[in-house]
Every structure is written in C-alpha cells, then in structure tokens.
Design a protein around this ligand. Structure first.
Ligand code: C5P
Length: 398
C-alpha cells in the first residue's frame, strides 16, 4: 500500500518516542522506506541502534555528523522523501517549526522540506492546552499539515487528559489514507475560487463577508491529492495554500472575475467556492470619508457573477461547480442557481445547520447535480467534505 514511498520519521524528545520504532515497523510492513531524523533528546527515550536496525538506514541526529554521504543531509533527505511524519512532536519542536527555528537536525530538516507533513503531538495536558502550543498548532494547521491526535487518557506524568500520542497504527493509517488517492484528476487542470472578496468604500473601510476560505482550500488540497494541476484564486484569508498549487491572490470581485475568465479556457473543471460580494460601492472615495452629523448613503453597483459568466463560456467537456450558502428555502434556491448559472453541480450548505459553513472546520453539504441527482452528507470535516465534492465532480468528466 505504501510501496515505493519514502518517508522521513522525525522523532522529538518525549516519552512517547519509545513507540516510534513501532511506527517504523508498520511503515515497512506497508512497503515504505523509512529514514529517521531525530533530536538528541529523542535518543534519551529510544536508541539509535533500535532505530537504525529497524529503518535499515543511519539515523540523522547530528547536523555535523561526517559519516553521512552528503554533508548537507537535511537537504538531500528532503529531496528523497515523499512525506514527513513527526511522532512524537513535543511542544518544543512544534514551537521551533512554527517560528522558523532550525538549530538541530529535525527542525533543520523540517524547514527544508516542502512536501506533506503529518504531526502527532504528545505532551502533558497543561502544556498541550497552553496558549503557546495552541497558537503554534493553529500555525501548523494553517500550513496545511495534517494533525493526528493527541488522544486523551492516562499520561506518563501521572495526569489524565489530552496529550497522549496517537497509537502507531492510527498514525500509519492516516499516512496510508493520504496515499490512497485514486488519481481521479490526473492530467486535469482545476480552477478553484476561495475566500471572501473585499470591496473598498474608502482607503480605510471595506465591505466583505465572514468566509474563511477553509472549504475552498480543502477542495484545492483534495484536487491536488487526486493528481490535478490546481489554480487557486483566493480572496484575503489567513490560511496558507497547499504546496504545489498555483495561488493567485486577489482582493475584489472584479479582480477575481478577470483572473477566472483568463484561466477558465485552459481548465477542465472549475469549482467556485468563493463568497463573492454581489455589490461594490459605485465610487470608492479616494480620501477617507470624514465623520459628520449627516446621514450618508453609499450607492452600490452590481459585481459580475463569475460563476454565471463561466457558465456562459463553458465548452463541451468542461465541468463547472458552484456553492449555494442559504439561510432558507435551501434546496429550491440551490436548484434555481444551478439552472440560472448553467452549472453542472451546486454544493449546498445552510447557515441553519450547526457547526456548518462560514468559519467552521466542519460542514454539512448536499451536492445537487444538473441531472437532478441530490447527494446529501452528514456533518463532517471540510477535508472530508472536499473528498466527496471532488469525487462527485470527477465522476462527471467524460
Ligand atoms: O448567487 P450566489 O452568490 O448565492 O451564488 C453562489 C455561487 O456563485 C458560489 O459558487 C459563488 O462562488 C458564485 N458567485 C460568483 N460571483 C458572484 C457571486 C457568486 O462566482 N458575483
């Protein structure tokens, strides 16, 4: 299942490091090659001999180790690897990753690696819940890293709570799942919009919406995982684009429209997940609007509807999908949208569903096809929802 995959196992210095050799065994059994990079502290909890025997490769724990063929092992090993797992990831190593510190073998290797990273944190509950670690974890998620655990339970320090490293088989299962993509979009180009648009009122005020971009970015991630070339046109968001996508950052609906119209001709599929402002101020003031006792009114003019315009441009064989975020008459409105904008499918979500849509990490979606088929899904993570959306969309390619 992991045949031919090269994996770096990064081990940092927590007690859960005693389980790291099991991760090597499981990865090997699944067919992967494994090289270990670890901190010096990790070797207090497991031994170099164990790790080298099981991985069948020298352990890289010292940047100045002259026994390596390459004097810059942290660079050559990252050229070799398809994926990096950090297990256990201590609060300290996560902090170094988040702030760009590279002062030993593991943090240096992490900095040089730009492929998929899986992090299995393990530490005392109080440390895990600290603001420092939680802020750093937010940064890890924003970089698109996959986080496994931590689990709750009895900790080595005697505490009960969150902080136990996930079991080795769970960690390896997550990696297997990652590589299980079926190449549904191999050789295809997918254009995706994400995030909000921002329309200036004057140089300091703007009109926008609460879109976080999480759904669109998850779709970009999944399209990439399924082998597509991805062009991601994004409004201002606080998340990083997955490595490997062509990111085009825009601010206004007009800019997003222009880029999409330019890029659509070369795309096999377009999925419009952005929350585009329907209107913009007719004339944005060049200078800051001064406060006065008078009421003010701003005239809004319509923005172009990107999805509708792409619907008009669509050629045979191109697949076009959009979103419908509704507060009422969801299905009716979504079907209307599908028809009006000549889309092949619409992903419907509702602001009435708890923990769904804007800002949340989860979403409850239904995919409505032009054929009349409707597929409804339970509340799930946006990563999971993106998998279903891409699967539904890919099935439409002739
Ligand atoms: O009409 P409504 O805004 O509800 O339609 C939502 C869908 O249309 C989304 O896919 C959104 O990305 C797209 N849209 C667009 N350009 C607009 C408004 C919406 O592409 N100006």
């Amino acid at each position: 299942m992991l045949q031919g995959k090269n994996i770096i196992l990064g081990i940092s210095g927590g007690i859960a490091a005693y389980k790291a050799p099991l991760i090597i065994r499981l990865l090997h059994t699944a067919g992967a090659s494994v090289k270990v990079v670890c901190t010096q502290n990790a070797l207090e909890f497991t031994t170099k001999t164990t790790l080298e025997t099981l991985s069948e490769h020298p352990v890289y724990a010292d940047v100045f180790d002259r026994d390596f063929v390459h004097s810059t092992e942290h660079i050559s090993i990252t050229d070799w690897a398809d994926l990096m797992i950090i297990a256990p990831a201590t609060g300290n190593i996560i902090g170094k990753f988040a702030s760009g510190i590279a002062d030993e073998a593991l943090s240096t290797t992490y900095m040089a690696f730009n492929g998929p990273v899986f992090i299995a944190p393990a530490m005392n509950t109080k440390m895990w819940l600290s603001k420092a670690v939680q802020d750093n974890m937010a940064e890890m998620r924003n970089r698109g890293h996959q986080i496994i655990g931590p689990d709750e339970g009895n900790l080595a320090c005697g505490y009960d709570g969150a902080g136990r490293m996930s079991q080795p088989d769970e960690i390896v299962d997550a990696v297997k799942e990652f590589f299980s993509a079926e190449s549904l979009l191999e050789g295809k180009t997918v254009l995706i919009t994400a995030g909000p648009t921002v329309e200036n009122i004057d140089p300091v005020r703007f009109l926008s919406n609460y879109s976080s971009g999480k759904m669109g970015y998850a779709i970009a991630n999944e399209a990439l995982r399924q082998g597509a070339k991805v062009v991601l046109v994004s409004g201002p968001v606080n998340i990083n684009a997955p490595a490997g996508v062509e990111l085009i950052s825009v601010k206004t609906a007009a800019e997003m429209h222009q880029v999409c119209v330019d890029k659509f001709a070369d795309a096999d599929m377009a999925i419009m997940a952005a929350a585009v402002a329907d209107y913009r101020p007719k004339d944005a003031a060049e200078k800051k609007i001064k406060k006065s006792d008078d009421e003010i009114s701003i005239t809004f003019v319509k923005n172009p509807d990107i999805l509708a315009d792409l619907g008009r441009m669509k050629k045979a064989g191109q697949i076009l999908g959009g979103f419908a975020l509704e507060t009422d008459h969801e299905l009716e409105n979504a079907k209307q949208k599908l028809h009006n904008k000549k889309a092949d499918f619409i992903v419907m979500n509702s602001l009435r569903d708890a923990n769904s849509a804007f800002g949340y990490d989860t979403n409850k979606i239904s995919v409505i096809h032009a054929s009349g088929d409707v597929k409804s899904f339970e509340l799930m993570t946006k990563t999971e929802a993106a998998k279903h959306i891409i699967k539904e969309a890919a099935a439409l390619i002739k």
